[in-house]
Design a protein around this ligand. Structure first.
Ligand SMILES: [Zn+2]
Ligand SMILES: [Zn+2]
Length: 262
């Protein structure tokens, strides 16, 4: 391989493949008639198949997001769509997950322990548009606007909330950590060591950032690349994220869904 600094997307695609994409959205994430994501389950699965990915998950936004949350009443429809896609692509593993929202509820999420059973697994992330999640303060702090809740107090609030959710639920992937809501990376990584929760390298939001990856690498945690596709053509996007991981000096064998092509 060339000098690491000169690597291109093509070099990465020649050398590594993505085995699974556990973070994709569909047109069921929408506001009334206005879509927030654009693909159908079938289109996302077909895109994954074209990209040579064996496992794909549909993980629309949790029900607590008041703009584009997907309620549990759609689970049956999603399961039916997945069964249809599996008929056309029998060699693919197609999972149903959800991207739950951190929220100040008894279990720290907008997906209850009872609702966990509806899904094959649950991811969780910070998002604006969720009440009882410090949403306005998070938005303001992230956009450089002063808030009543100082950035420091907000970071403490977020960190406590994320840790409580991690400790009380079986969360597979912490999505785009550090985006939307700031928290103490060290404290959260320590809990992920215990719970085995994967830290996402998100292709869309660019979190973990390079400094965040370097920080997290000091803990006994594993990483996963998620496309966070909101359009079918984004499913399985990974190469630019691998370039960032290389720049951060991250040992690529710690990325659980990245495979070296021999
Ligand atoms: Zn998200
Ligand atoms: Zn997402």
């Amino acid at each position: 391989m060339k000098n690491l600094k000169n690597l291109t997307v093509k070099d990465i695609q020649d050398k590594y493949r993505l085995t699974a994409d556990l973070h994709t959205h569909t047109k069921y994430s929408k506001t009334g008639p206005v879509p927030h994501a654009f693909g159908s389950v079938m289109e996302n699965v077909a895109a994954a198949h074209r990209a040579g990915i064996k496992t794909i998950a549909i993980t629309d936004h949790g029900p607590g997001h008041f703009i584009y949350g997907v309620g549990t009443e759609l689970v049956e429809t999603l399961r039916r769509d997945i069964a249809e896609a599996n008929e056309l692509f029998p060699e693919m593993t197609i999972l149903l997950g959800v991207e739950a929202n951190f929220k100040d509820t008894p279990n720290g999420l907008d997906v209850t322990p009872e609702q966990f059973k509806l899904y094959d697994f649950v991811n969780a992330g910070y998002h604006y548009g969720v009440t009882r999640s410090g949403m306005i303060s998070n938005f303001m702090v992230n956009h450089g606007i002063e808030t009543k809740k100082s950035a420091e107090r907000l970071r403490t609030f977020n960190t406590k909330l994320v840790i409580r959710a991690l400790e009380n639920n079986n969360i597979k992937v912490l999505t785009h950590p550090g985006d939307k809501g700031p928290f103490e990376m060290d404290a959260v990584c320590k809990v992920c060591e215990k719970t085995g929760t994967l830290l996402e390298l998100n292709a869309k939001h660019k979190h973990l950032t390079i400094p965040e990856m370097q920080r997290a690498a000091g803990y006994d945690v594993s990483f996963i690349i998620g496309s966070d596709a909101h359009k079918p053509e984004q499913v399985g996007s990974y190469a630019p994220t691998v370039l960032r991981a290389i720049e951060a000096g991250l040992d690529l064998s710690r990325i659980v869904n990245l495979e070296e092509i021999k």
